[in-house]
Design a protein around this ligand. Structure first.
Ligand SMILES: [Zn+2]
Length: 86
């Protein structure tokens, strides 16, 4: 086993955006996913980043009913202290 490129956490974070963009070469992607599978910390970071990117791109991975969505937004606003004083 000579050619395995093991990702550590630091490398993974560096490559993460390329990975999520699909810009990473297949071999590196496999190594990255292997790290994700055994590193819960990086998995969470990856998952969060992925969702953030999807939101920014406007691609909603989970189509939510409007009611649920507005409740979610309100909850987020409360958490970030931006609730409008209606
Ligand atoms: Zn890690």
């Amino acid at each position: 086993m000579g050619t395995t490129r093991q990702f550590n956490c630091k490398q993974l974070l560096k490559e993460l955006t390329d990975y999520l963009d699909g810009a990473l070469d297949p071999e590196a992607r496999i190594q990255l996913e292997a790290h994700l599978a055994k590193c819960p910390n990086c998995w969470v970071v990856c998952d969060t980043t992925k969702k953030t990117i999807q939101v920014y791109k406007g691609a909603d991975p989970y189509p939510l009913p409007e009611e649920v969505k507005s409740r979610l937004i309100k909850a987020l606003q409360r958490r970030t202290g931006q609730a409008s004083q209606a």
